[in-house]
Design a protein. Structure first.
Length: 76
């Protein structure tokens, strides 16, 4: 299972790759700066709708896959 800190690190990495400051991304996503800071820090209790807005602003998607499917692909 991915940890909240892994998810936050991925968001931070994508933001930095786009050369965006946290305040710029927060504004583009329509979320508060504090929310974005907490998301990037790996806070485990964040609002899913806001997370999806941040991902959208970064041009990212979130995909949900079955663990069984993941294990089957890894064993090939």
């Amino acid at each position: 299972m991915t940890k909240p800190s892994d998810f936050g690190a991925a968001v931070r990495s994508a933001r930095r790759a786009l050369k965006l400051r946290q305040a710029e991304l927060a504004a583009a996503a329509g979320v508060g700066l504090r929310f974005l800071v907490e998301l990037e820090a790996g806070k485990p209790t964040v609002h899913l709708g806001k997370v999806l807005a941040v991902l959208d602003a970064l041009g990212l998607e979130c995909e949900i896959t079955s663990r069984a499917d993941t294990r089957a692909r890894q064993s090939r």
